[in-house]
Design a protein around this ligand. Sequence first.
Ligand code: CIR
Length: 259
Amino acid sequence: MSVYQFNSAIVRAPAPSVVKGLRAEDHGDPSFPGIQAEHAAYVRALEAHGVAVEVLEPLEQYPDSIFVEDPALVFHEGAVLLNPGAPSRNGEAREIAPVLERNFPVVLAVTEGFVDGGDVLVTPAHVMIGLSARTTRQGAEALVTRLAELGRSGVIVATPADVLHFKSDCSLLDDATMLSTARLAASGVFSGFDVIPVPDGEEGAANALRVNDVVFVGSRFPKTIDTLSRRGYSVVPLETAEIAKIDAGLSCMSLRWRR
Ligand code: CIR
């Protein structure tokens, strides 16, 4: 079973406070109806491709809580509660803990250091953990230990400077192929993979999402869509212009696993 075969997902509906979500550079607040529309289309796309989606209640006190990928990591065999590195997001782990308890036979936790799920890339051989402004070495080492308890191998890698999350710059397209920005691929971290570089100027497209037989890609990135289509991938373009204003892409809005 490939690591991108999913039949279950958890998402969280956006609260009005999402327009105040964290961002590295301010290009103006996103629109709430715009984010709702992008989120709804994302949920529909998951469902259309064979994924049963549980939609959690919005959390007004946590503007970024729509990005459920960051406080947890999930697998068929169990879940890991993470420890988000942004102070305004740290409480999201406590909010999602009961949801994990309800869905997974085993729930482990990272309690030392900090880890955001956006820095965690699951590949067939290893779980890659990118050190970043959100993920500390202590947190990454704790996650490697938790992963070993689940029978998985974790490797700690670097995230390019000034990039929010490791997965802001890459996504797994199939068992052997990685979509990556040139800046991340240049680090050599994907040796052993066939790397498809995202075209210049479309760096934001690197956070795509393989789901079963399709790849979700931001519809703002025509060159990437063309490249992947020519390589034989079945691309589902999704609007991301509003969530991009708060530094988000397509992996961050769900936790996905094979139940
Ligand atoms: C944040 O800065 O935490 C949010 N505004 C964006 C989180 C995106 N998460 C992800 O890529 N996994």
